[in-house]
Design a protein. Structure first.
Length: 176
């Protein structure tokens, strides 16, 4: 179960159940990243400033690590900032949009793809052109099922992120 610590500490979740979720229905980029261990990162759109500061201190710890690939939808402001920093420090990243593949790939992503550090993977087909709350919840569950580790920076109590990750079985708090 997902639980929120009163002090706002970042939580770490590990799946203890074996699940066989569907593989991505579409991808673009360095496909070999999908077979590496994934650390799924989630953060609600409304995040306290102190959590943002802790996340900004955490991101550099991913630099140079070959044992994990950072994966997220990178939709919320904090997630987008994590993506920006991760790409700058050349951390391998999997972007999982809550829709089909984008028709236009941002130029800064193309260089990362060419260097084997970026994959865009989605469970949605091309007809899913818009991001919706339901698709975001589906994507969160799908990504959590595929990830070996899950880091939830902030989940608004009673919010959609908390609800979509409610079935993740084990919570382990990590210090930042």
């Amino acid at each position: 179960m997902l639980r929120r610590c009163l002090d706002g500490a970042i939580q770490w979740l590990e799946s203890t159940e074996y699940m066989e979720p569907p593989i991505p229905s579409a991808w673009s980029g360095f496909v070999a990243l999908w077979s590496r261990p994934k650390l799924a990162f989630f953060c609600s759109a409304k995040c306290p400033g102190e959590i943002l500061l802790r996340v900004l201190k955490w991101v550099p710890t991913l630099t140079g690590r070959d044992d994990v690939v950072l994966a997220s939808g990178f939709h919320t402001p904090v997630e987008r900032e994590v993506l920006r920093l991760a790409l700058r420090q050349k951390t391998p990243v999997i972007v999982c949009p809550a829709r089909g593949l984008p028709k236009v790939i941002p130029p800064e992503w193309c260089a990362q793809m060419d260097e084997g550090r970026l994959l865009i993977a989605t469970q949605f087909f091309a007809a899913a052109k818009r991001i919706t709350a339901i698709r975001s919840e589906q994507r969160n569950r799908w990504l959590a099922a595929h990830a070996e580790q899950i880091l939830v920076a902030w989940a608004t109590p009673g919010g959609r992120l908390e609800a979509s990750l409610r079935d993740v079985p084990f919570v382990k708090r990590i210090p930042l």
